[in-house]
Design a binder for this molecule. Structure first.
Ligand SMILES: CC(=O)N[C@H]1[C@@H](OP(=O)(O)OP(=O)(O)OC[C@H]2O[C@@H](n3ccc(=O)[nH]c3=O)[C@H](O)[C@@H]2O)O[C@H](CO)[C@H](O)[C@@H]1O
Ligand SMILES: [Mn+2]
Length: 370
């Protein structure tokens, strides 16, 4: 009897200790997560929500405060009081285009936002924007115009850093920059195939984000360098994840005719009957950590493909489209956010904000071709 009682006691005691240990683990996590980093927000009134508690904890400095930029900016929609702008209407607006996706995300066109208001809202959050571009081999020739026009039109008044990845550092031009804007040069190896540069962007961007950008930015843009800004490209482009409709397929192309990867052997495979839109890989953007996840995904999937001796039909663009099929973007940007000088501007494009240059593929690429 004595022995039985002792046994039950031991069992109860063990059970009790287990509960205590589990409870400790649980509460420890909750306590850490509610100890969030107020000093990271630019003012008391700017209520950035902070997520991903583990990142947040890891990034605290020795005073227990967050380094600026170590957390993600979560969007508050607080407007500066007294800002003057036109009254919004519930009845009038763009009727020639659809301004909302079927998952209820904004589809952004000229005329669907007020530039003063939207910039005002985002400026209040004071986000730091990273623009990741590659200029490998002869593509350094595009840097001057890209940065020069970027300074005129791209997120003017915001903090912007262009991370120029190149194998020809001495060819990076010195372009006069606005306040809180700079160029950071990152050295990458040369390549013999343009396909390797294009895909290599995913690898090198992953590395630069891990080593540097993560500490320095809240939003990240991935962009082709062979482009020129022509008009305002502002805060309406910012969201958790923003993708741009490819100008070639946005009007009437049936989804089965999108140039998705169609071979099941590739990780980028999208079967017939699926897909929303065809997005370009020449402009995509989002919260730094969301973009990190996506860039790394494209890198890892292309590595998987390489192991299986396959390369997706449009390289990282195919993987991007595969990802965005299941992970819907928070904003879809119209082709105003990447047009091409090869194409006549269509009447629904009221403003070309940035456009790809006509280039001699055979001359500019290391292995020619297009
Ligand atoms: C408008 C559009 O849809 N663009 C996509 C299309 O690119 P494009 O045909 O516009 O390709 P591209 O020649 O511009 O290459 C993409 C980018 O890679 C860099 N680069 C490329 C080659 C090189 O030798 N050095 C160098 O720096 C540079 O930043 C360039 O802008 O197809 C590519 C994949 O095939 C990518 O998905 C591009 O995003
Ligand atoms: Mn391009």
């Amino acid at each position: 009897m004595q022995r039985n009682i002792t046994k039950s006691h031991i069992l109860i005691a063990v059970g009790f200790i287990t509960v205590l240990v589990l409870a400790y683990g649980y509460f420890r996590e909750s306590f850490s997560s509610i100890n969030f980093c107020k000093p990271c927000v630019s003012s008391e009134k700017d209520l950035f929500e902070l997520e991903n508690k583990s990142d947040e904890i890891n990034n605290k400095d020795k005073d227990g405060q967050c380094e600026k930029g170590s957390t993600k900016v979560y969007e508050s929609w607080i407007m500066e009081s007294g800002l003057k702008y036109a009254q919004p209407s519930t009845l009038t607006g763009r009727t020639d285009v659809n301004a909302v996706t079927n998952w209820n995300a904004p589809l952004v066109w000229e005329g669907t936002f007020d530039p003063v208001l939207i910039d005002g809202i985002y400026k209040k959050m004071d986000p730091r924007i990273a623009v990741v571009v590659f200029a490998v081999g002869k593509y350094t020739r595009f840097l001057q115009k890209f940065i020069e026009t970027g300074e005129k039109y791209f997120l003017v008044g915001f903090s912007v850093t262009y991370y120029v990845h190149t194998d020809r550092e001495n060819e990076v031009p010195k372009v006069p920059l606005g306040k809180n804007r700079k160029v950071t040069v990152v050295s990458v190896p040369s390549a013999n195939r343009w396909q390797d540069v294009v895909l290599g962007r995913m690898k090198w961007a992953t590395i630069t984000i891990e080593k540097q950008i993560r500490k320095e930015a809240d939003y990240l843009f991935m962009m082709d360098i062979d482009s020129v800004f022509h008009n305002r490209f502002g805060a309406e482009s910012l969201s958790r994840l923003s993708a741009v409709l490819h100008r070639g397929y946005y009007k009437t192309t049936p989804r089965d005719a999108f140039p998705y990867e169609r071979r099941p052997q590739s990780k980028a495979y999208i079967p017939a009957g699926e897909g929303d839109y065809y997005y370009t890989a020449a402009v995509w953007a989002g919260y730094l950590e969301e973009m990190y996840k996506l860039v790394k995904y494209c890198y890892e999937m292309s590595e998987e493909d390489a192991k299986n001796k396959i390369e997706a039909v449009w390289q990282e663009e195919s993987h991007l489209n595969r990802y965005l099929l299941t992970n819907k973007p928070a904003k879809v940007l119209s082709p105003e956010y990447l047009w091409s000088d090869y194409d006549k501007v269509s009447p629904d494009i009221k403003v070309v904000r940035i456009s790809q240059l006509v280039k001699n593929y055979a001359e500019v690429r290391p292995n020619g071709g297009n």
